[in-house]
Design a protein. Structure first.
Length: 198
């Protein structure tokens, strides 16, 4: 009887310790420790990836731009004759890169070859990838306006939306909470097993 009670007490203490160090928390409980800026970044990168793959693949399948309601005359003042290169750029910069950023922000892996980027920023490579998507969005819109202008209607609305998304992504990357979360050496492992220092 004494042994059974002793085992129960020991089990109870172990449970309290597990709860105290966070290992007993649910996945949702640990997710709530993730900075809101990281969650917002993942959502925006997900939206961008969807748009990049959807829009880019249509340009690749139909370089004439007809699927988008565009005409190659729109490219008269640009270095290209059709939308194939534009489509490949969209799939790569707005599709593949955001997906890599999402995976990196979520899992935060680190490899030797990524230290090439990490050493310049002190951040996990995923932070650099996310920041790059925002900068690329803004630069692309500037270049686009330079070559084809800002046509009224849907094109102008899309330019405004994408430039705003790029600015928001850059702003989120510069938030202290986001930078602390992706700082090299402070945080390791997937989001659901992470703790936040601030």
């Amino acid at each position: 009887m004494v042994r059974v009670e002793g085992r129960k007490m020991a089990a109870g203490k172990a449970g309290v310790q597990a709860s105290g160090n966070g290992s007993g928390k649910s996945a949702w409980g640990r997710l709530k420790l993730v900075p809101a800026g990281i969650i917002a970044l993942v959502v925006l990168e997900g939206v961008l990836a969807y748009l990049g793959f959807a829009s880019g693949s249509l340009f690749v399948k139909d370089p004439s731009g007809a699927a988008h309601g565009f005409d190659t005359q729109l490219l008269a003042n640009t270095p290209v004759d059709d939308f194939l290169i534009v489509g490949l750029f969209f799939v790569t910069a707005y599709g593949v890169l955001p997906v890599a950023a999402i995976a990196g922000l979520w899992l935060r892996p680190r490899w030797k070859w990524t230290d090439l980027f990490n050493k310049w920023t002190g951040q996990n490579w995923a932070w650099s990838a996310a920041l790059a998507t925002g900068v690329i969005l803004i630069v692309w819109i500037v270049v686009e306006i330079y070559y084809i202008g800002s046509p009224e209607g849907i094109p102008r609305a899309l330019q405004t939306m994408m430039a705003t998304m790029g600015a928001v992504i850059v702003g989120l990357c510069l938030l202290p909470g986001v930078r602390n979360f992706t700082k090299i050496g402070d945080h390791k492992g997937p989001v659901l097993s992470a703790r936040r220092d601030a």
